[in-house]
Design a protein around this ligand. Structure first.
Ligand code: DGT
Ligand code: CA
Ligand code: CA
Ligand code: ZN
Length: 562
């Protein structure tokens, strides 16, 4: 599947065009790229049917370029842009505070083309001399280069998801493999993954490996062996495949799911009994095999409950499993609605009606429309008359559809306060607030807004962007205390780069405050991301009771109004 590869090319084209200060075109390329990334089907299949133009945001022009790339492996337009400005745009713009236009300035002034050259120029103090840069921005660049370098190595799980799922499906359909499971950090749903680890059984291991290393999406074969192979697929993602025996499949699952720290703790339990645990099984001191076919078998033999993969981070789960005290983790099917999404009224792609239709398809009982408040100009925030218009439209839609469409807003907290008046807040079904740019005193500001306004939910409380932007400097103890006092829920946001509140904090505060899981979708396809937020809630040990949008509509509204 070349979806990510094609999307990356289009993103790069957008950046190159932005460097050349071309208007509106960059947005068109980014939109197309985002939609291609979100496809669950492979773009090669769509191309084969001649239906590239049916992808949202892909017009004749972009479709031609994609077709050229899929047919020949090259895209002339891209090559041409790259020759004009031969810089590693993807890497350079991944440095926080550097956008395409500033990258161009650095290239023109200092011929900086990649991260190493950028680092060198900053260290030598050359950047502060460039027009529009100063000592401060030079310092900032230096401070963020390391993060950018790391960011290149770990991929967001949301990005890796379609690639991994597709690989797994292809393998499941092939006769070369019998059982196939994705393990490692992916199975634990860590927010970022270093690589994808796959475990399989096969009648003929060599044949299976050959099939794996000659797949259509293989960019590079790094290791090819009878039990383990490593390849690189589009986007530079590494995939490891291990072929194991049926009778030790459970032991291998347990071992290769990790985390390493979890495994160490589990192994200690075995060692205390004078037993041995490895990827082949659990053995007593006479090498008799006690368990290994299933994971449950191993955990149970060690006198503990089965531990869900999301919990295996060595944060107390082994002890809880021994005491039969593990949480009964919340499941995707238990979530009854989605409490953050954007329509065309602000920066979303689709109409409220399209969002409602999609919600019904997903089986939601309710959704909350939360377009941005007026202060978020870059996201086309709503003005008062648009809010009224929206309210009317939602009334009409509610007459046509079974799903309950609630009228909300994502009001923005700035140094000037909340961008929606108290009165206006009172008119919404639910009020979501967020801080999209840090204020002088983020903790104080969140607290007084909760005190003064009828707030229901704090969206992406830490406002982090994984690999890109540090979380807000918040005193979460105090925010949580106030939120709990005011019946305000904290959001677990499902956007791949956000996954905010972070799972470790989710775990820390789960008995002190309630959560909601939302997608913050900017299109109907992003409404499918809910499972990512659910997985982070699970990593945070949440049960159904911790998540308010597992309640039906009536109880949900009672909670917030109570
Ligand atoms: P990643 O790839 O950095 O996102 O994280 P993981 O957890 O997927 O780590 P990875 O790919 O290096 O290895 C997959 C799993 O295999 C890991 O979670 C635990 C197991 N494993 C690999 N090497 C070792 C090892 O040297 N010792 C132990 N105890 N377990 C290992
Ligand atoms: Ca891994
Ligand atoms: Ca690995
Ligand atoms: Zn937001």
């Amino acid at each position: 599947m070349k979806n990510k590869e094609v999307a990356d090319k289009l993103y790069e084209i957008a950046d190159y065009l932005e460097m050349q200060e071309v208007e509106w075109k960059p947005r068109a390329y980014r939109r197309a790229a985002r939609n291609i990334e979100a496809l669950s089907e492979s773009i090669e299949d769509i191309h084969e049917r001649g239906e590239l133009e049916e992808i949202d945001g892909v017009g004749e022009n972009i479709a031609k370029k994609i077709a050229e790339y899929l047919d020949t492996g090259e895209m002339e337009y891209y090559q041409q842009l790259r020759e004009e400005l031969p810089v590693d745009i993807e890497a350079l713009t991944s440095v926080e505070s550097l956008g395409p236009k500033r990258v161009k300035k650095l290239y023109k002034a200092l011929e900086v083309t990649d991260l190493d050259e950028l680092e060198q120029a900053a260290e030598e103090g050359k950047i502060e001399e460039v027009e529009d840069f100063g000592k401060k921005s030079q310092g900032k660049i230096l401070g963020h280069i390391e993060q950018a370098k790391e960011g290149q190595e770990r991929m967001l799980i949301g990005k890796a998801f379609p690639i991994a799922q597709n690989l797994r499906e292809e393998m499941e359909e092939s006769e070369k493999y019998n059982r196939v499971t994705i393990v490692g950090s992916f199975r634990r749903r860590r927010p970022t993954v270093g690589d994808i680890d796959i475990l399989a059984t096969a009648d003929d291991a060599m044949e299976a490996m050959e099939d794996f290393t000659s797949g259509s999406d293989v960019k590079e074969v790094m290791v090819e062996g009878e039990t383990k192979s490593s390849i690189k697929v589009s986007g530079g993602l590494q995939v490891d495949l291990r072929i194991v025996d049926d009778e030790s499949y459970g032991a291998a699952l347990q071992y290769f799911t990790g985390s390493k720290d979890h495994n160490v703790t589990v192994r200690t339990i075995a060692t205390r009994k004078d037993w041995k645990l490895n990827e082949y099984g659990l053995f007593d001191s006479d090498e008799n095999k006690l368990a290994g076919e299933t994971e449950e078998g191993i955990y149970n033999k060690l006198q503990m409950n089965y531990i869900e993969p999301e919990l295996r981070e060595d944060t107390g789960e082994v002890e809880a499993a021994q005491k039969e005290n593990l949480p009964d983790l919340v499941e995707r099917e238990e979530v009854k609605g989605d409490l953050q999404m954007h329509s065309k009224y602000s920066d979303g792609r689709d109409s409220i009606e399209e969002l409602a239709e999609k919600a019904e398809e997903l089986g939601h009982e309710y959704i909350l429309i939360t377009d941005h408040g007026p202060s978020l100009q870059i996201a086309n925030g709503l003005e008062e008359d648009e809010i009224d218009e929206q309210r009317e439209e939602i009334k009409e839609i509610n007459e046509k559809y079974d799903v309950e469409v609630l009228h909300g807003i994502e009001a923005n907290i700035t140094d000037e306060g909340l961008d929606v008046s108290k009165e206006a807040c009172g008119e919404f079904d639910l009020v979501v607030v967020a801080m999209h740019n840090p204020t002088e005193n983020p903790t104080e500001d969140l607290i007084w807004v909760m005190e003064d306004y009828p707030v229901d939910i704090i969206a992406h409380p830490q406002n982090r962007k994984i690999n890109e932007r540090e979380p807000l400097d918040l005193d979460l103890d105090r925010v949580v205390e106030k939120a709990s006092e005011e019946d305000v829920a904290l959001e677990i946001n499902s956007q791949p780069a956000r996954l905010d509140l972070d799972w470790a904090n989710v775990k820390e505060y789960r008995d002190k405050v309630k959560y909601v899981i939302s997608t913050d979708a900017h299109s109907t396809s992003e409404m499918e991301l809910l499972h990512l937020g659910v997985s982070q809630a699970r990593r945070g040990w949440c049960e159904k009771e911790n998540i308010i949008n597992t309640e039906n509509l009536e109880d949900l509204l009672d909670y917030f109004r109570g």
